[in-house]
Design a protein around this ligand. Structure first.
Ligand code: MRU
Length: 369
């Protein structure tokens, strides 16, 4: 998507043909910094420290991490070592395991001399596949937005609420939740997005708002607790969020706070959609609420805030009393009954096992391996 009129992806191969470039998302929205990843350790650190984040981008980065590992050593032991290093970086987004399993299957079938080239090729495929999937989500989701637009006065915006950043920065390009928004906007529809700030790391306020602004989409940042009030007053036409893992029963794991938005949407008859790329489906988990591992992150994400001072310096300040204990759950699970539909690359599905398995039978087989 566009940054100051120039097309960017969130991750790419540099012209040298082996170093991996990525936007350092920890610096946004105040600084636009490109990071270079040259080793598997650097790729793992990038995921762990959230230089890159978002379920599909974590998967793509891990795939390139395997390629970097193969460039250094292409033995069976090196495959194992890189897999273990990368899989341990973040527990919740299933795309990480999906991408690593894909890479390992390709690499193990080849002699060491062929592995580095094959790894780069498969990592590039995974990136292209992510973009194709997101464009499919864009088409299916834009139809939902356009149906609402058709009931409005000409020029009256469709109001979409979104949570966290499931935008192009969370994927390779286009985003998941934002893909229908960008497509409907590009087709000339009036759209306005309510952007949940998404404490504690503020991915909505710092990343989604930045993306939408650069693309020209009208938006308003709101404190996380605002959505229910807006829904009660008819100010939200639909909610579209992303997801880090969808269980076989249609339960949706996403950034902490998503569940509360789904409850508010249910109470106010606001359609609540989840944009779901197929690698995010996990048929090995029967019940999302009880079985998806929820990442707990460092206390400093809650105790501290970073921002730009009036004179342009980036500073971190503490906002809680010294000594108060902190809990920092990164994700929550929204039960399938609260989800109006799953916007996938193969259509908008009901959030249940029958619909998921009819649309994506190959994912059932993958979960059984
Ligand atoms: O902790 P993060 O920033 O990696 O969380 C991921 C997210 O941004 C989301 O929860 C998102 O909605 C799913 S990724 C398309």
């Amino acid at each position: 998507m566009r940054v100051d009129g120039k097309h960017f992806r969130s991750i790419w191969l540099e012209p040298d043909g082996w170093t991996v470039g990525a936007i350092d998302q920890r610096k946004l929205p105040h600084e636009f910094v490109i990071a270079q990843l040259a080793t598997v350790e650097a790729a793992a650190d990038a995921i762990r420290t959230m230089l890159v984040r978002g379920a599909p981008l974590i998967g793509a980065t891990a795939a390139y991490g395997m390629a970097l590992a193969m460039r250094a050593h292409a033995s069976d032991a090196a495959i194992d070592r890189a897999y273990k290093l990368l899989i341990a970086t973040r527990p919740t987004a299933i795309n990480l395991k999906w991408a690593l399993d894909e890479m390992r299957a390709v690499l193990q079938a080849l002699p060491p001399s062929a592995r580095a080239a094959a790894a780069y090729a498969r990592a590039a495929d995974i990136s292209e596949q992510d973009i194709d999937i997101n464009q499919g989500i864009a088409r299916c989701g834009a139809a939902l937005i356009e149906a609402i637009a058709a009931r409005k006065q000409p020029g009256e915006p469709v109001n979409v609420l979104t949570h966290c950043n499931a935008g192009w920065l969370a994927t390779v390009d286009w985003g998941t939740a934002t893909a229908p928004i960008y497509l409907a906007y590009d087709r000339g529809h009036a759209i306005h997005v309510w952007v949940d700030e998404t404490r504690p790391r503020n991915q909505g306020a710092s990343l989604t708002a930045w993306e939408l602004g650069h693309h020209g989409v009208a938006h308003t940042i709101i404190a996380d607790n605002t959505g229910g009030h807006l829904m009660q007053h008819g100010m939200v036409d639909l909610a579209i969020v992303g997801t880090d893992r969808v269980a076989a029963n249609g339960d949706v794991c996403n950034k902490i706070g998503t569940y509360l938005k789904a409850l508010a949407a249910h109470d106010n008859n606001v359609p609540f959609y989840v944009a779901l790329p197929s690698p995010t489906i996990d048929f090995s988990v029967a019940d999302g609420v009880s079985q998806i591992p929820i990442e707990q992150r460092g206390a400093e994400e809650v105790t501290d805030m970073t921002g730009r001072t009036a004179d342009g310096r980036i500073e971190t300040v503490r906002i809680v009393p010294d000594g108060s204990p902190v809990a920092n759950y990164g994700f929550d699970v929204t039960p399938a009954r609260l989800v109006t539909g799953l916007i996938t690359e193969r259509g908008v599905l009901n959030a249940n096992r029958d619909a998921l398995s009819a649309a994506f039978p190959e994912r059932i087989a993958a979960a059984a391996e």
